[in-house]
Design a protein around this ligand. Structure first.
Ligand SMILES: [Zn+2]
Length: 453
């Protein structure tokens, strides 16, 4: 989610084709958890170092049957320091979302108003062919926003991630990946901008309908192509070595209609210490991917619990549902953009030297308004994703029947996601349910489905 917003802050409209897939994928991806296991003696040291008191089989056997009391017993294993750190990290993220939007708005204003930006716009407008005019300005817009947000990106994605101990990359490697991302945006972004302005030209009044369709189309294509062409630019995927665990994961997947015959391991530790997994795939393709942090740091029971959750996303068709529901939000967002852009251009168009949305110079304005619409829709988008996460949790519990493995994995999510928020805070700002909510669901499942003899 934050990754999606980061992209959005950087490239706004032009790259919403990149941004929203990340958002959509988050819905169908991992417990992107830092799941430090305390289940085995081998990993208990690592658990303790993550601020989670290790647990033994005896501790688990002595857990209260009451779901609320059992949930509290799990949460009490988080050290006060670990909890304070993750609260600070997560709450800081709320503010970063706001600063990121404000920065986007300031940059849009600069691109509309500052003389050098206006000069660049005139240079693009002087290309002889319309296609070159639109594409060159689209590329300029992407490059300019990338450069102007770079200090913010460095702080948010590099400095802050290192401060909290989640990042593993040196600056050179990290910056290299940022350049790769920029390269991808410079290839896809201008194509997207061309498509949007072709629609605006054809239907200057009702362009928001066609524009939303273009955005949704890009989203679907990106969803299909990203796992094949884009993700391998950042990480290496290789088949997981044969093991009883791999056979169990495959059995769970195949028994639930996921058309896969292999499980892949991705070297996520190249970028971070976080654990994740996902079952990607759309329009007939599917792929189960575990990251190496997950394999290294958690018990088999936790991995089965997490993978059963991921299989739930696939079996319940969450990717298509996400695209459909996000699609409705995109249509509404484009309607807002069209309405607000017309009103603002009437008032400030002369000062910005942009007379109508048909001019490609309106791009920074459209991007800023789209980012604003998505920001305002955040509680709705979060709720769409959170609802599916809860469904996948229920599915995963039924499939893996590992409530304690699930609870253990979820406890570790508290390394970076506030464990125990207020109800309203969770509803508005959480794109996954909180650890308290999810552990409670697991403990309730256990009390109801595995009553003590
Ligand atoms: Zn999930």
């Amino acid at each position: 989610m934050t990754r999606a917003r980061r992209f959005c802050a950087t490239f706004c409209l032009a790259a919403s084709a990149l941004a929203l897939p990340a958002l959509a994928q988050d819905a169908a991806s991992a417990l992107p958890a830092a799941t430090a296991s305390a289940a085995s003696a081998a990993s208990s040291a690592s658990a303790a170092s993550h601020g989670i008191a290790p647990a033994t089989d005896a501790w688990r056997a002595a857990l209260p049957r009451d779901p609320a009391a059992a949930t509290q017993a799990y949460l009490d294993r988080l050290s006060p320091q670990a909890r304070a750190k993750s609260d600070a990290y997560f709450e800081g993220g709320y503010w970063l979302q706001l600063w990121s939007l404000l920065l986007t708005l300031v940059i849009a204003w600069l691109l509309l108003r500052a003389p050098p930006a206006q000069a660049a716009r005139r240079w693009c407008a002087n290309r002889s062919r319309r296609v070159a005019q639109v594409a060159s300005y689209g590329a300029f817009y992407i490059l300019a926003t990338w450069l102007l947000t770079l200090p913010f990106t460095v702080y948010q994605d590099f400095v802050r991630e290192h401060e909290y101990g989640f990042a593993t990359q040196g600056f050179g490697a990290w910056f290299g990946e940022q350049l790769t991302g920029l390269g991808i945006a410079l290839v896809i972004g201008p194509v997207f901008v061309l498509a949007i302005f072709a629609v605006i030209r054809r239907a200057p009044e009702r362009w928001w309908i066609g524009g939303a369709m273009v955005a949704i189309g890009f989203l679907v294509v990106a969803q299909v192509l990203a796992p094949v062409f884009i993700q391998p630019l950042f990480n290496t995927y290789k088949p997981l070595a044969d093991s009883p665990l791999k056979r169990q994961i495959l059995a769970m997947a195949q028994a639930n209609g996921v058309p896969v015959d292999n499980v892949y391991e991705v070297d996520a530790s190249r970028q971070s210490t976080r654990v994740s997994a996902n079952v990607s795939g759309f329009l007939g393709t599917a792929s189960i991917r575990l990251n190496d942090n997950l394999l290294r740091r958690t018990s088999d029971a936790q991995i089965r619990a997490v993978m059963a959750h991921e299989i739930g996303h696939f079996t319940m068709n969450h990717m298509a549902k996400t695209l459909l529901q996000f699609g409705l939000v995109i249509v509404a967002a484009f309607a807002f953009v069209a309405w607000a852009a017309r009103a603002l251009l009437r008032r400030y168009g002369e000062r910005w030297q942009v007379r109508s949305v048909q001019e490609v110079g309106s791009l920074p304005l459209l991007g800023a308004l789209f980012a604003t619409a998505l920001f305002l829709a955040t509680p709705l988008l979060n709720t769409i994703v959170r609802t599916m996460e809860t469904e996948a949790d229920h599915f995963g519990l039924n499939l893996a029947r590992e409530p304690d493995g699930m609870a253990e994995a979820l406890l570790a999510v508290a390394e970076y996601r506030k464990a125990d928020p207020g109800a309203l805070e969770e509803m508005l700002l959480f794109d996954h349910p909180s650890a308290r909510t999810r552990i409670y669901n697991a403990m309730r499942w256990k009390a109801d489905m595995q009553p003590s003899p």
